[in-house]
Design a protein around this ligand. Structure first.
Ligand code: AMP
Ligand code: MG
Length: 494
């Protein structure tokens, strides 16, 4: 385990050349302080967790001191925002410090979000609110706990500076870790600048660092596209199965490694509603829950266009056609696990179709429905029937479900275990997240952030000793969202 000054930095992105970034140090801040530290993330970069106790920790990650070996830069990127190309994006308030290699040889980018304006800031202040930083930090841990690819964060560092959004707000720096900060939009930047050579360099960079096994292949760029497509389809299948809505699936928020990236007005669905988006600014519902899979396809098409000088368009098209079947298969597998089933045939499709109709027509908590269903047929599953307006409909569905269970011949115990590994008991409900933010912002009490971080690290089971230590009331956190707090929406401002 390393001290801060011993972190093993390399700076491969810099080697791509100056067209890819602006070199810039973080802007100094006054009195940076630690809001929360994530020991699990520290382990990823081989950092001794005791280092978080040193005053230098907040100095380094708040931006007042440069970590030895780091070489900060703001990355160039562009992208399609709500379907419209924006040629001026880039890291307006973020800096890549470099990559840190851990003891297993794994590399993690360390990125400061909210570290002052860069030349891509477009007149904005280069800062991030404490509120949005807490949202990103806990969203990452929630998805990671669910086994979904995501960036992580080492810490939130508060800074004593008021910034202005709809009103004055506290600011913070988020110390984000990712296996890559290259986005679909990083490629798009050079397509619109008509610099195909840069695209080739970037593609070869991504292959070298993330797909070294295909580096010698003649059609390596085609394989790169295929892999990005598969990872993206996998990511979105994960989101759909747990009811996660990213909220802003612009191409500059799509990471080339298929991790959940750039958390804004995201949310978990309370009750099943395909048209729901937590993003208040998305009036047309472009990024609503049920639209995410097709937006994934649209974004991959935009990424594919940037490779047209490397892979024949007809070949890219052929690859792109694999998206829908790949996604469908992955999604169906995930939904089958949620139901404790394994045979993905027409009867299963019918069962799913009937279930979605029922969930759509009744006020049922999406996550808790599946969790409680594992108690069927001889446990305490009856509470899940309550919200259904017409009892006969749900009873019919339960008997259809019962027939498929019998057909597969798993014991109730085995099925329950599968289901309880697929259906979380705890999810990051928006109102729980908002409680943590309110306590932090209004009372400077960060204990609820820690509590949620610990709880969501393993959302599939009770851990009585841990819960006792952190004063976690499991039944409170596992309950349905109160009616008055359902389907909260947030603005994009961050
Ligand atoms: P985001 O909504 O965080 O994905 O940001 C979209 C773009 O706006 C990115 O280029 C950000 O760097 C930039 N941006 C957002 N907020 C700020 C800010 N306060 N200062 C400078 N740039 C920002
Ligand atoms: Mg973004």
């Amino acid at each position: 385990m390393n001290k801060l000054e011993q972190l093993n930095f390399t700076n491969t992105f810099i080697q791509l050349g100056q067209e890819f970034y602006q070199a810039k140090a973080p802007d100094p801040v006054s009195e940076p302080y630690l809001v929360d530290f994530n020991p699990d993330a520290a382990e990823l970069i081989g950092l001794d967790p005791a280092e978080s106790k040193r005053p230098e920790f907040a100095e380094y990650f708040g931006g007042n001191k440069l970590l030895p070996g780091s070489d900060p830069l703001a990355m160039v990127y562009c992208g399609h925002q709500f379907g419209v190309y924006n040629p001026r994006i880039g890291d307006g308030r973020g800096l890549l410090l470099g990559e840190v290699t851990n003891g297993n040889g794994h590399k993690w980018d360390i990125h400061l979000k909210g570290s002052g304006p860069t030349r891509f800031a477009r007149g904005f202040d280069g800062r991030a609110t404490l509120r949005a930083s807490i949202r990103e930090y806990l969203g990452q841990e929630a998805l990671h706990g669910l086994g979904i690819p995501t960036t992580r964060s080492l810490a939130i560092v508060g800074i004593r500076e008021l910034i202005y959004r709809e009103m004055p707000e506290l600011a913070a720096v988020l110390v984000r870790l990712s296996d890559s900060h290259v986005r679909f939009g990083s490629f798009e930047a050079y397509l619109y600048l008509n610099q195909p050579k840069r695209i080739t360099e970037l593609a070869d960079y991504v292959i070298h660092h993330h797909h070294a096994d295909i580096e010698q292949e003649a059609d390596k760029h085609r394989i790169l596209f295929r892999r990005v497509l598969q990872k993206t389809a996998h990511l979105i299948a994960c989101w759909q199965s747990v009811g996660f809505i990213h909220g802003v699936m612009n191409t500059d928020n799509m990471c080339i490694t298929g991790a959940t990236f750039d958390y804004g007005p995201y949310g978990f669905m309370d009750q099943f509603n395909p048209h729901f988006t937590p993003n208040h600014s998305d009036a047309s519902g472009r990024y609503a829950f049920a639209k995410q899979p097709e937006i994934g396809h649209w974004n991959l098409w935009k990424f594919g266009e940037t490779l047209a000088h490397l892979v024949a368009p007809a070949v890219l098209q052929e690859e792109l056609e694999q998206y829908q079947p790949t996604y469908n298969q992955l999604y169906r597998e995930k939904m089958a696990k949620k139901l404790g089933l394994a045979v993905l045939d027409a009867e299963f499709s019918q069962l799913m179709g009937n279930l979605f109709k029922l969930l759509h027509d009744n006020p049922v908590d999406y996550s808790n429905f599946f969790r409680t269903l594992s108690q069927f047929p001889d446990g305490d599953y009856k509470p899940l029937l309550n919200p259904f307006v017409n009892q006969k409909d749900i009873e019919d569905w339960m008997s259809q479900y019962g027939r498929l269970i019998e057909r597969e011949g798993l014991s109730d115990d085995e099925r329950r275990q599968t289901m309880n590994r697929a259906n979380p008991k705890f999810i990051l409900r928006n109102y729980l997240l908002q409680r943590a933010i309110d306590k932090a912002v209004k009372e400077a009490d960060f204990s609820e952030i820690e509590r949620l971080r610990v709880l969501l690290a393993d959302p599939f089971q009770d851990r009585p000793e841990v819960f006792k230590r952190y004063n976690i009331d499991a039944e409170f956190y596992a309950s349905d969202t109160p009616d008055s707090l359902l389907d909260m929406q947030l603005s994009c401002s961050a």
